[in-house]
Design a protein around this ligand. Structure first.
Ligand code: ADP
Length: 315
């Protein structure tokens, strides 16, 4: 069984700040949905409302069509994995994974723990305390503890952000594979573009309390609905001249109708990103195949652009 999740017109205010503003979304059964947004935009608040740790001021949470807005977390059959994993430090790995099973008086605990530990490749750590294992292993224990009760909806709040870069990269791949194996619904919160790109079937970008765009990462990058999305999504922000937005690589360097004066050149694995300004003062980042010196002028043409009908950032 897989679970469909719906939020309908959800609003949440802390003091005078409206953190979530009339937000509606349907997340399909079996979907890997990523909530992407800068810090402080209400991503964790949204997860807490889905889990039931927080109540919305108005609006509804529906799981498989059933209104669960007033139900406590333990009656929603979902699992949450936190950024800091929230493991019990005085317990062993085995005890951490077994804990939710004991709480619910489930039978065959040793067998269940062993199976899940094997699935996540932490079977050799079962007798260690969680303080004696690596960050990557702790992250798997947190996942194991979430999975062991067979929930149909997983909520993950930046679960990879405490891992160092290399482990993080492999953990991303493993998490995606795990979701596909389990074939369950994942809602994954992050501010990390790479995670959104590699994990999300769809990505919802949270801004000013609601989703400014919901689509594949590719579409966010290539066809942003607003200048704000163009600016926020991507390793580099979109460039803007007037109402025209274009990516660093949507140019042909060396000929064309535009010119920038170079501020700096950045070498990223043999590709150069050139930072410069047009004579009318637009700051641009353009992709080129060689270094340009500060003060040098570079001509370019725009080969592809997106026209916006709303004001662009900084103008
Ligand atoms: P994110 O997860 O995107 O970083 P949060 O959901 O944690 O954002 O927070 C969104 C905003 O709501 C922040 O401005 C934060 O300070 C505020 N906030 C979150 N929780 C509370 C709370 N319990 N009481 C008051 N303000 C809160």
């Amino acid at each position: 069984m897989t679970t469909k999740l719906e939020l309908r017109n959800v609003t949440k205010t802390y003091g005078k700040t409206k953190v979530i503003n009339d937000l509606s979304i349907t997340i399909d059964a079996g979907e890997f949905f990523v909530v992407l947004g800068p810090s402080g935009t209400g991503k964790s608040t949204l997860l807490k409302i889905i889990v039931g740790i927080e109540q919305p001021d108005t609006g509804k949470v529906l799981i498989d069509g059933k209104d669960v807005t007033k139900l406590p977390p333990n009656r929603r059959n979902l699992a949450m994995v936190f950024q800091n994993y929230a493991l019990y430090p005085n317990m062993t790995v085995y005890q951490n994974i077994a804990f939710p099973l004991k709480m619910h008086r489930i039978r065959n605990i040793p067998e269940k723990v062993r199976n899940i530990a094997e699935k996540l490749n932490i079977q050799d750590t079962l007798s260690k305390r969680v303080t004696q294992i690596s960050g990557g292993q702790q992250q798997r224990v947190a996942l194991a503890r979430a999975i062991v009760r067979n929930p149909t909806l997983f909520l993950l709040d930046e679960p990879l952000s405490n891992l160092d870069a290399r482990v993080r990269y492999s953990a991303r791949g493993e998490l995606k594979k795990l979701q596909q194996d389990l074939n369950q619904t994942f809602v994954f919160v992050t501010h990390d573009q790479k995670e959104a790109e590699s994990l999300g079937d769809r990505v919802g970008v949270l801004h000013n309390g609601s989703f400014e765009q919901i689509s594949t990462y590719n579409e966010l990058y290539n066809d942003p609905r607003t200048p704000w999305i163009g600016d926020f999504v991507g390793d580099y922000p979109m460039n803007f001249i007037g109402k025209m937005g274009f990516r660093p690589e949507w140019v042909e360097v060396g000929r064309g109708n535009y010119e920038v004066e170079i501020d700096s050149s950045e070498n990223v694995g043999g590709i150069y990103f050139i930072h410069g300004k047009t004579s009318s003062g637009d700051s641009l980042i353009l992709k080129a195949d060689r270094r340009y010196e500060t003060g040098e002028r570079m001509t370019f043409g725009i080969t592809k652009f997106k026209e916006f009908d709303v004001p662009v950032p900084g103008q």
